[in-house]
Write a protein that binds this ligand. Structure first.
Ligand code: SF4
Ligand code: SF4
Length: 232
């Protein structure tokens, strides 16, 4: 569904006002940055290139000079840009040292999570971008994610989906891709539910059941670290 430009820009303005909660009560970047040359993984375009829709880009440009269009530097970068929907833009900021909290993109605010959507098109909660498990410390420590973040992230996505059904379809497909990958690996999909509780989507049956944090495991360089607590 295509809304007039002004409505789409206003939509993101409302979302930015509503979605302020950080993922945890402390700076998770200090855990991943030492493994990434001192830069938080999600603030470094060699790891993650923020993608915004063109209306969100209009809003960001009108608020700050923090952002510019992303210039591909490698074949992988060029692929990222060529795979994008025509209404999307790849962008990059001036870097973590210059971050402006109020002018973070939706991609920054939600990282490393997205709304997990069942085959029947129901949003169950938040799942993590699994291909960042080897770099993003949060994905090895889901216990530090605050309930406020979960609520604001889901409500923000639902506000976007209500006005942009294509965006919902993208997340429906992303969730299906995750089920495919995790079924092949015979792994449960960790989900943080709307109630802040922990759930697992079983491989193959895709049945949802309550889970314990210990079942989610740790990954990459965080494998042997003690699990962090919310109060860290
Ligand atoms: S969300 Fe993950 S990748 Fe981003 S700063 Fe926190 S630990 Fe690092
Ligand atoms: S705006 Fe802030 S959170 Fe977003 S990529 Fe830049 S430094 Fe990271």
């Amino acid at each position: 569904m295509s809304l007039p430009k002004k409505s789409r820009v206003e939509l993101y303005r409302r979302v930015y006002e509503k979605f302020q909660a950080p993922v945890s009560r402390f700076d998770c970047g200090r855990h991943c940055a030492p493994h990434n040359g001192g830069q938080p993984v999600c603030c470094d375009t060699s790891n993650a290139v923020p993608i915004v829709d063109k209306w969100e880009w209009q809003l960001l440009k009108s608020r700050s000079d923090l952002w510019r269009l992303f210039k591909p530097k490698s074949a992988i970068d060029r692929q990222i840009v060529s795979d994008m929907h025509s209404e999307c833009r790849a962008v990059e900021c001036k870097g973590a040292a210059h971050c402006e909290r109020d002018n973070r993109s939706m991609a920054c605010r939600a990282f490393p999570f997205f709304p997990y959507v069942t085959r029947e098109r129901t949003i169950l909660g938040l799942a993590g971008f699994w291909y960042f498990e080897d770099r993003c410390w949060v994905l090895s420590n889901l216990g530090i994610v605050t309930p406020q973040f979960v609520t604001e992230c889901l409500e923000s996505y639902e506000a976007i989906f209500a006005e942009d059904t294509e965006e919902f379809d993208i997340h429906h497909k992303l969730s299906a891709d995750m089920r495919g990958v995790f079924t092949k690996r015979n792994r449960i999909i960790p989900v943080i539910g709307r109630d802040g509780g922990y759930y697992a989507v079983e491989p193959r049956s895709h049945r949802l059941r309550p889970a314990s944090l210990a079942e989610f495991g740790q990954h990459g360089p965080y494998k042997d670290e003690p699990v962090a607590t919310a109060a860290e």
